[in-house]
Design a protein around this ligand. Sequence first.
Ligand SMILES: Nc1ncnc2c1ncn2[C@@H]1O[C@H](COP(=O)(O)OP(=O)(O)OP(=O)(O)O)[C@@H](O)[C@H]1O
Ligand SMILES: [Mg+2]
Length: 275
Amino acid sequence: MAHSESARVIALVNQKGGCAKTTTAVNLAACLASSGRRTLVIDLDPQANATASLGVDPGGLTRTVYHVLVGDERDDAGATLAQIIVPTTVSNLFLAPSSIDLAAAELELAARIGRENSLRKRMGPVLTEYAYIFIDTPPSLGLLTLNALVASDEIIIPIQTHYYALLGMRQLLRTLKMVREEVGHQVEILGVLPTMYDSRTNISKEIVQGIKDFFGDKVFDTAVHFNIKLVESSMVGVPLFMHDPSSRGAQEYMELAKEVMKGHEERARGAAARH
Ligand SMILES: Nc1ncnc2c1ncn2[C@@H]1O[C@H](COP(=O)(O)OP(=O)(O)OP(=O)(O)O)[C@@H](O)[C@H]1O
Ligand SMILES: [Mg+2]
């Protein structure tokens, strides 16, 4: 069923590697899908971890996000976003897959005019098909991440609760400011998510406090604890909520999904009441 309103588009961004961008994209999307919200994950990372975590073999694909971004849809090398979207094993959850080809997109896009707008332009036709669209990005602030920022309404910043958690945050905030001021696109921070939290150590608590001091009320109430089941489920290609719904990781991503839905759906009702 098509969704009558435009999707809420949320990118997972942090140029630091391994902070749970992909894990959050896949598991949060799966929780929203299982709550009846038609949801799409766009894998914008050449590592294709979101693609594999949703049970799709990136090596077996003929067309991916690369062909959407770089190819011209009138020639054989191109595709529309709608053409590459595949269903997943989770009902209501769809995937626009990536593959290693996407590594070349960064260079190929660099020479083009409006290069930061490629994804946004190509996303238009599918926006009303979904309630939520999540974009998984690579660990850099290069052109792929810039395309994700320009295509998104909001971002979620997952931060691993380890030393140097806040490293690079000023650079990320500068990039957001540049998108607002130079591209003229309003992109907001939806929330900051502490991940791989270890409640046995004071260090984790101190780091979460440091994140709160830096980001204030932008930090989600939910923090995701270290949970090895999240690693296992990504290896079998099934979101944790389907693999082991009673696990702590699954429960915490469901809590996060509720926070994301609550903020959004309350605002939508408020806007409707004002009209
Ligand atoms: N809460 C968690 N507990 C334990 N392991 C986790 C947790 N969240 C993520 N992981 C694992 O940590 C690793 C890095 O996570 P993930 O791939 O989601 O990070 P990423 O930010 O997408 O990395 P990259 O920057 O390379 O794209 C993965 O092996 C993942 O399974
Ligand atoms: Mg990733």
